[in-house]
Design a protein around this ligand. Structure first.
Ligand code: GTB
Length: 217
């Protein structure tokens, strides 16, 4: 049974790999699992057929036989738990890697998403110029702490894990904001993630949806 995920038919990020199917694609590539992609329009996401898979009418979803999952973090965790390559074998190291997955999604990401949403939908509002620095201040607090913890190591906890996969995915949403450049070790960390062959295959596959050209390789 082939795994099927869902993704935007027309991603607002124009193939920059910022939509949440990117982390799922990357995880599947890291563990060497083939997958199909069902592309959805915004309207199709809100249809009953898709809501039966995703109660909030969003992408991505994950189908494998009878199993249907939504929430990109839960999907990445499922992939990591069922295939070698994304979680260490040692029980304590595994628990720490899962902790970093949660840290990425529930500690580091919230102010980053808030910033993205503000730049997207509040730019014309009278409060925007006052609010943006406040949100960016909150982003900086998390980036500073993450940067301190990472130091000059390659990954968050010894070997690359699903924790790094999600953390890099989250940090990439700040591309173009100028906030990452203030912390060179975070830039190098993201670059290390992006240099992984599995990342590149995932990125090319989602870009091919936007360009209309089949990905090769
Ligand atoms: N917590 C859920 C998860 O992690 O899976 C969030 C899922 C989610 O936000 N999905 C978005 C969606 O389906 C797409 S990824 N939106 C359509 C809708 O709600 O109607 C979020 C996203 C969208 C666009 C960009 N971008 O253009 O840069 C980046 C991220």
């Amino acid at each position: 049974m082939t795994i099927t995920i869902t993704a935007f038919e027309t991603s607002p990020d124009r193939g920059r790999g910022l939509a949440r199917d990117m982390g799922v694609r990357w995880a599947l590539e890291e563990v060497g699992q083939a997958y199909d992609v069902r592309l959805l329009s915004f309207a199709a996401m809100k249809e009953p057929a898709h809501r039966a898979l995703h109660p909030f009418g969003q992408i991505p979803t994950y189908e494998d036989g009878d199993l249907v999952l939504f929430e990109s973090g839960a999907i990445v965790l499922h992939i990591a738990q069922h295939h070698a390559g994304l979680l260490p074998g040692d029980a304590n190291a595994r628990a720490r890697a899962v902790t970093w997955m949660f840290a990425a999604l529930s500690t580091v990401e919230p102010p980053i998403v808030e910033r993205s949403m503000a730049t997207l939908i509040e730019r014309d509002k009278p409060w925007y110029n006052e609010r943006l620095p406040i949100i960016e201040g909150r982003v900086r607090v998390q980036l500073d702490q993450l940067s301190s913890r990472l130091g000059d190591t390659d990954w968050l906890d010894d070997e690359f894990s699903a924790g790094d996969l999600l953390m890099v995915t989250v940090l990439r949403r700040l591309a173009g904001s100028g906030l990452l450049e203030e912390r060179p070790n975070l830039c190098a960390y993201i670059a290390r993630g992006e240099a992984r062959p599995a990342y590149q295959r995932a990125f090319d596959a989602q870009l091919a949806v936007f360009t209309g050209r089949p990905s090769t390789g």
